[in-house]
Design a binder for this molecule. Sequence first.
Ligand SMILES: Cc1ncc(COP(=O)(O)O)c(C=O)c1O
Length: 367
Amino acid sequence: MNLPPFRIEQYYERHEFTTRYMVSSSDCESWTLQKLLSLEPDALDRLLAIRCGYTESRGAPELRRAIAATYQTIDADEVVVTTCAEEAIFLVYHALLGPDDHAVIETPCYESALQLARSTGAAVGAWHRVLADGWAHDLDALGHLLQPSTRVLYINQPHNPTGTLMSRSTFDRVAGLAQELRLTLFSDEVYRGLEHDPADRLPAACDRDQHAVSLGSVSKSYGLPGLRIGWIASHDETLRRKVIDLKHYTTICASAPSEELSALALRHGSELLARNCGIIRRNLGLLDEFLGRHADTFKWVRPTAGPIGFPRTTGVGDVDGFCERLAAAGVLLLPGSVYDEPDHVRVGFGRANLPEALAVLEEALTG
Ligand SMILES: Cc1ncc(COP(=O)(O)O)c(C=O)c1O
């Protein structure tokens, strides 16, 4: 298996823990363990009573029940818990793809969605979206990319890095196409629940189609990436079996304390989502004003879902150098080169300290 460096993660490895303000994070404000444990009166006692042994490879039953409750048609038995969404991406691709297969991936994207598909030896086509079209989904282009050997179509809605969301009719056509062609719709829904207008929320792919796979995580919408818990949900038993068989070679099972804490968080999921949506809505207003004041530098399609956006920059020279200078000044933007979009930067607005961060960014841009 041949994997190139994961540029997004390399960038964060270098800067995330040394730069004062994160203005590019794709997650939301995290909760402390203390706050999480205050959600239920006996939560601390239950945590302290956990035996630090292996758990079920499919995931602890209580967690699978809490995850299943976030879908309309999924039972606890139709969930496989993973050690974060990243592991699930690896497992699903390697369960479904091999050198004779073809996959189509929506781009720009979280890099592993593309590289882990390639790592199976499969041929990979990019369903590419561009700012000039308002990040529209070109269904004709998708039709041309699909081949008889296409086994997987990966989409990510709400979308990293643009913060946009497919319309319901586009989603229905994409899901319909996958069904018609008997390919697996692999739907990365790690930002689901952060639609700025809840009426825009798309159905979970696993609720719409027997063979579709929904990818979830406590990392993004719920703001708990330190727990490293993700999952897949699908009615497709054969696929779930293959994923578990592969998981025996990666992690065997997830961390027992993290499973307990994730189940606790998901039982109170609407509270966590409401808090994060509140932060996002407030911060988006501040960013609107900020980008309005710097319209010569940043131009974006205003995000409609999730805590990130992907403006194009003008007049800043080399964007990598621009971001390095800003990092040295204390604010971290993510250069678009890590998505092969070198004229863009990713901004993140899911953190509570965005007002202070924007003041430092303003100073760095104008000072
Ligand atoms: C679209 C998308 N999918 C999956 C992941 C991986 O999430 P996790 O932290 O649960 O591994 C990320 C992380 O940034 C992401 O943006």
